[in-house]
Design a binder for this molecule. Sequence first.
Ligand code: URA
Length: 293
Amino acid sequence: MAWSARQALMLKEMGLRVDVRAEVQAVVGAQAEAQSSQAATPRSTRPEATPRPTAAPSAAAEKSAPTLVQTPVQIHAPRRVGVDAIAAMDWSELRSAIASCTACKLSQGRTHTVFGVGHPNAHWMVVGEAPGEQEDAQGEPFVGKSGQLLDNMLRALGLSRDFSQGDAQGDAQADPSKCVYIANSVKCRPPGNRNPAPDELAECEPFLIRQVALVKPKIILAMGRFAVQSLLRSSDPIGKLRGRVHQYEGVPLIVTYHPAYLLRNLEEKARAWDDLCLAAQTYAELAAVVTSS
Ligand code: URA
């Protein structure tokens, strides 16, 4: 794409005029339509709120309740089910397993687990880092400022996390080629929005792997270094990994900057836009191969 055209698209996206779909959709749209639609899928746009596990009072404390101050008992068993069990779960089992997971210390501070959102068979999958304050409060990924930027970026590609039209029929008719499934590498909020620790990423990884396996995306956008660490097992900086097509389990994967980073480093938005264009082009090429075969 010539710089001027690309820049125009980018500026519109950055300027919050998001009706810039035409040019990119010309690349994405026609071939994507030709992709076979997936079967009707269950509604799952809004994850159910997962209440924080409450501590059970001990038997001794119960007996002498009037005089003793009860000490909360942290429940640690079961920490989480095994990797093989997770790998065999369906959507609802996976949702329950995440909701009840206490495998790492992040479970102690969460308000909600943040499962994921979007069409369960979306062609596009976005993998982010970890919930922030608002995501923890609402139980949905990317609902804060970086989520707004992410939604604008996706909208510029003609994509959306929302596939529900408000009724079951709408969901059944949703076109997975226009839909995104969004998941985080870590499902509980790290306190103070600190980076997830290696053990926290490791404990959550089987959940993310299962989400990818269930969605079966045609293309993955890995946003930020923790998504890259989980999916590509690389600790190289984003600047070194972006600009080319990687593979995750046979699925093309594009590395790009995390939206929160882009909000702090506006000058990198042009590169992020290039990454989205690379993803759109990669997806269109895939769709063209499927159509012609
Ligand atoms: N950043 C992420 O990576 N994920 C969220 O859900 C919110 C902010």
